[in-house]
Design a protein around this ligand. Structure first.
Ligand code: GLU
Length: 459
């Protein structure tokens, strides 16, 4: 568990230890012991699996590729979480991401535990045939610990439907006759995936801040105007006025969130900047997001990087360096790239008043504390980007029932689930002095602690 996750879990446990209305049957010494046990259980994964995949390359060489599957906690159900394909993947990162999955699922009442996988490669440097081999080998090496009721992987950075289809097919051939549809989620629709899964994370990201800054503020105006809470004051700055947005990352999460914001015409959002691994595109009057989405889908996920490319799609924008997106004078900054994007060396340059974590862990703990002190609302990863795993859960259910939902049904179920969480968390958030991340963690830790207590795991 990374330090930030660890220290917020610890703070949540400290607060709950003192709150005697929580698990009231635990008293004095027994109570202290139980909370010490909880700290040990929640800060350590159950299992860390590591293998070196043996992959024959097309040029005849054989390479060994490090790969991980971390199973953090399964008190609430089978382990669940994506498999990241990225060259910076390492054991500590996968452990932290697995613990975030445990907290995320607990927060949204998704009946899964937390896990995460990783393969240390840059997928752009491998041929399709080699990637297919890597996926098959991943399943061969880890198949004993995976399964629809054990541990269910899904896409993450660098992986998608194609990889999940390959992996499920390999799982099926390794375990003939056994249930396989729920072994992987995020599959293509033709292969048993759910309608709406691809868009789910980005849609959920947009929904979280739209709901907070529009619906919730409107409905709870009296709560917000009567409290001294600094975050309530920030939220009220946005009451009934159009928002200026910047989106870092134009992959599956960022591009969908940007498109949702663009299409939400009645709110008159203006997306003034988007970025990817090469560039930031900026236009203070707002960017033509559908044209950029179309361009990137035809160019291997990349945004235009030259004036010529922009003119082919008739988009007007200034081309800036890729970091520029972070420092613009905008209301909302959506971070949908990788972790550690805002840190102690650049946190003072951030002007946005609302930060939405579409990626996992994009704000370091120092930056989180400093920005929160200034009243910046950070909608944390475990709240904002849970749309993916929520629809993964619907996919898993549909696979079990072999009964499939329409896209409208999926999005309705998704919004209802996220709205349910927001309605529990937001009144507490605007009523007490903790940042939103801490509120979410307390909620997740309460759920996990109660279940672990009832399962007899604390003594
Ligand atoms: N990788 C996504 C996440 O970090 C989705 C996980 C899943 O669907 O299991 O939440």
């Amino acid at each position: 568990m990374a330090n930030q996750t660890k220290s917020i879990v610890q703070q949540s446990l400290d607060a709950l230890l003192e709150d005697h209305s929580f698990l009231p049957s635990l008293k004095e010494n027994t109570r202290r012991q139980a909370f010490t046990s909880l700290e040990a259980i929640l800060s350590t994964p159950n299992h860390v699996h590591k293998s070196f995949l043996r992959i024959p390359l097309e040029d005849g060489k054989v390479v060994r590729i490090p790969a991980y599957r971390v199973q953090h906690n399964n008190a609430l159900g089978p382990y669940k979480g994506g498999i990241r394909f990225h060259e910076s993947v390492n054991e500590e990162e996968v452990m932290n991401l697995a613990s975030l999955m445990t907290l995320k699922n607990a927060l949204h009442d998704v009946p899964f535990g937390g896990g995460k996988g990783g393969v240390v490669i840059n997928p752009r440097q491998f041929s399709v045939k080699e990637l297919h081999q890597i996926c098959k080998k991943y399943v061969q090496y880890f198949s004993d610990v995976l399964g629809p009721d054990k541990d269910i992987p899904a896409p993450d950075v660098g992986s998608g439907e194609r990889e999940m289809d390959w992996m499920m097919a390999e799982y099926k051939s390794i375990r003939p006759g056994e249930p396989y549809r729920g072994s992987f989620t995020g599959k293509s629709v033709i292969n048993g995936g759910s309608l709406g899964r691809r868009e789910a994370t980005g849609k959920g990201v947009y929904f979280t801040f739209r709901y907070m800054l529009h619906d919730f503020i409107k409905e709870q105006s009296s709560l917000l105007t009567t409290t001294e809470n600094i975050f309530a004051k920030t939220a009220l700055e946005f009451k009934e006025r159009p928002l200026k947005l910047a989106v870092q990352g134009f992959g599956n999460v960022g591009s969908v969130a940007a498109l949702e914001a663009y299409q939400c015409v009645h709110l008159q959002n203006k997306i003034v900047a988007v970025s990817d691994r090469n560039v930031t595109l900026y236009n203070e009057d707002g960017l033509d997001i559908p044209a950029l989405v179309q361009f990137s889908s035809k160019h291997n996920g990349d945004l235009p990087t030259t004036d010529e490319e922009l003119s082919t799609i008739d988009v007007k924008a200034e081309i800036r360096d890729r970091e520029n997106v972070l420092y613009l004078d905008v209301d909302v900054l959506i971070l949908a790239a990788l972790e550690d994007q805002i840190h102690k060396n650049n946190m003072d340059k951030i002007k946005a008043r609302i930060i939405v974590e579409g990626a996992n862990a994009p704000v370091t703990s120092e930056a989180d504390q400093s920005l929160s002190k200034k009243g910046v609302i950070i909608i944390p990863d475990i709240l904002a980007n849970a749309g993916g795993v929520i629809v993964s859960y619907f996919e898993w259910l549909q696979g079990r029932e072999t009964q499939f939902y329409s896209e409208d049904q999926v999005f309705k179920l998704l919004v209802d689930k996220m709205k349910g969480t927001m309605d529990t968390i937001l009144p507490e958030f605007f009523g007490d002095p903790f940042p939103l991340r801490q509120n979410c963690y307390i909620h997740s830790v309460m759920k996990l602690s109660t279940v672990l207590y009832h399962q007899g795991k604390l003594y």
